[in-house]
Write a protein that binds this ligand. Structure first.
Ligand code: GDP
Length: 588
């Protein structure tokens, strides 16, 4: 279990750590005597903190400047104690995932009382989402072991902590120097009936073992077997939490595609039946589904699903040379997912070196931690950091460098509306044409419909589409051909970047198609490289109209969404006639 010790300088953190190690027998034999002897020779008063320094080999520096760890074992379990005076490194490590504390001990000097810094430390814990904490009121010897002094501090500090949603498990009056209530119960404070520091540490609840947590595997890649006649696909990734077995029902987020694990495959090793966290592996599925790298694979049976959406609340530690500003686009990497994201609002900013909190800042400077709301361009799946470490953490990239690390504290309801909601809103706001659809039908003699031609790039699609338009027009259909390019360079001229805004290009393209269909036309549209989810989106947008999906060239779809396959070397006229036949426009 990892425990971080925080507190104002000189309030006795290192002494407390040294004392704890000593009183629990975690100091190597002879070390104490060796240091005492050294102190005597140098006419220096012995400090328990030296024990710690000696262990860390940093005695010369007087104070520890980096996040330092020491190991310690109680009767109950092993601990890593993190001494964190260097806030910048500590915050960076905590937010980036290099270090993680399960609980915190906050040290306050009874003599000096609560300092501004003590409050900032409390706030720090709340920002890092550390839920378990204990407060040691130290140097009780200097406060004459006064119950009143202790109670006053406890009252004032509890009131502050409750405001920031930190509920300490215990307030413990201790003297690190004298060893009161550290590992041994104090005889000088009989009025205190609570736990010692050691008992408190042992009472903290351990995080569940990763294997026992709900299954999470961010999809790294999808491979295809290349052996002749073998068209199985492998879904590959690293199992972050939980475990799976062949036969388990699974679901991918955010696409919500479902399937079942057929087999678990490992390169160069015999077939395995089940697998647990920390391992990279790949799966074959009983039913092929279209999923993309970046999705999170989960088990259907497990209740705790990741959240999906465009927006979440996060605490970001910023390291970038340029400040983090609202509404600028950054690349966001979360698990294996990559997308672009903007900070929609900066709520509170904490200076990591002074720990000062600023609620009025609009940007986040280097070495500041900020509570923000993030909005992503694409919907993504994520967890709150308290639910899953690996999928509750992300980095922001600015100008090709990692400029910030963040932990997700929860989903935000104020994200952009999902596609379905957008379509609903459009339908509500749509001012209908004065001419009824039935009247148009009577005039044209044909219901509006969409023939969507896709396939890899440069596969003759446009020539086929134009031929089809000609043939349909000759037959009296109100045919109209449109390629996605016409939309990208017109309607979409504000968002050129094809890669970054792929989703939005597609959405607008489908909206344009929808208008043409509403006008009663027989629309022939082309767009390269459409996939299952693209087709589903287009179908959501054009809702009520009939659609035929024709695919030119290799069929790369894994789900059955293609109505018609057309070989890539087929003459446009023949291909167009095949489509007409499929739609019963011509007989042979
Ligand atoms: P840190 O900066 O929080 O790590 O504080 P240190 O552990 O270095 O302690 C600062 C000073 O307070 C040192 O001189 C310690 O000897 C002293 N100190 C620490 N704990 C106690 C205590 O319980 N009682 C008394 N009287 N002095 C203490």
């Amino acid at each position: 279990m990892n425990i971080v010790f925080v507190g104002h300088v000189d309030h006795g953190k290192s002494t407390l750590l040294g004392r704890l190690l000593h009183d629990t027998g975690n100091i190597p034999k002879g070390k104490l005597e060796e240091i005492k002897e050294r102190c005597r020779k140098n006419s220096k008063a012995f400090e328990y903190a030296f024990l710690l320094d000696a262990l860390k080999d940093e005695q010369s520096q007087g104070i520890t400047i980096d996040t330092a760890r020491c190991f310690f074992t109680s009767k109950k379990r092993d601990y890593i104690l993190i001494d964190a005076p260097g806030h910048i490194d500590f915050l960076k490590n905590m937010v980036s995932g290099a270090a993680r504390a399960d609980a915190a001990v906050l040290v306050i000097d009874a003599h000096e009382g609560i300092q501004e810094n003590s409050k900032r430390h409390g706030y720090l814990l709340s920002m890092l989402g550390i839920k378990q904490a204990a407060v040691c009121v130290n140097k009780m010897d200097m406060a004459k072991y006064s119950e009143k002094k202790f109670e006053d501090i406890k009252k004032e500090f509890s009131a502050f902590l409750s405001k920031i949603d930190v509920k300490p498990k215990a307030f413990i009056p201790v003297s690190a120097r004298e060893g009161d209530n550290v590992a041994n119960r104090s005889k000088k404070m009989n009025w205190y009936k609570g736990m010692t520091l050691l008992q408190t540490l042992d009472s903290f609840i351990e995080a569940k073992k990763l294997d026992k947590k709900p299954f999470r595997m961010p999809v790294q890649d999808i491979y295809k077997f290349t052996d002749l006649g073998d068209d199985r696909r492998l879904i590959a990734g690293r199992i972050e939490e939980g475990s799976v077995s062949a036969g388990d029902d699974i679901i991918f987020y955010p696409s919500l595609k479902r399937s079942k694990i057929k087999s678990i495959e490992m390169f160069n090793s015999p077939e395995m039946k089940s697998f647990g966290s920390g391992l990279s592996t790949s799966f074959t599925l009983t039913k092929e589904v279209y999923v993309q790298p970046g999705e999170i694979m989960c088990k259907t049976k497990e209740k705790s699903a990741p959240q999906c959406g465009h927006a979440f609340h996060a605490n970001i530690f910023w390291m970038g040379k340029e400040p983090l500003v609202a509404n600028k686009e950054y690349k966001l990497k979360l698990g294996t997912a990559k997308t672009y994201a903007k900070v929609k609002s900066v709520n509170r900013v904490l200076d990591a070196s002074s720990l000062k909190v600023n609620v009025a800042k609009l940007q986040v400077d280097r070495h500041e931690v900020a509570e923000c709301t993030i909005e992503t361009i694409r919907p993504i799946a994520f967890d709150a950091i308290s639910d899953c470490e690996a999928t509750g953490r992300f980095v922001l990239v600015d100008s090709y460098e990692i400029a910030g690390g963040g932990i997700i504290t929860g989903a935000s309801k104020n994200g952009r509306p999902e596609l379905k909601e957008k379509v609903q809103m459009r339908d509500i706001k749509w001012v209908k044409s004065g001419i009824k659809a039935s009247k148009r039908l009577a005039k044209y003699g044909h219901k509006p419909q969409l023939i969507l031609i896709t396939g890899k790039r440069n596969e003759n699609k446009i020539r086929i589409a134009r031929k089809l338009e000609e043939l349909l027009s000759n037959k009296g259909y109100p045919a109209y051909y449109i390629g996605i390019r016409s939309v990208i360079y017109g309607v979409d001229s504000d968002i050129r970047s094809a890669e970054r805004y792929r989703e939005e290009h597609l959405r607008r393209f489908a909206e344009v198609l929808n208008i043409l269909l509403d006008a009663g036309l027989t629309v022939i549209a082309t767009a390269s490289d459409l996939h299952e989810d693209d087709i589903e989106k287009i179908k959501t947008i054009i809702e009520i109209h009939k659609i035929t999906v024709a695919l030119v060239g290799d069929n790369y779809f894994v789900e059955n969404l293609v109505d018609l396959e057309i070989p890539k070397d087929r003459e446009p006229i023949d291909a167009a006639r095949t489509i007409l036949k499929y739609n019963n426009v011509i007989k042979k």
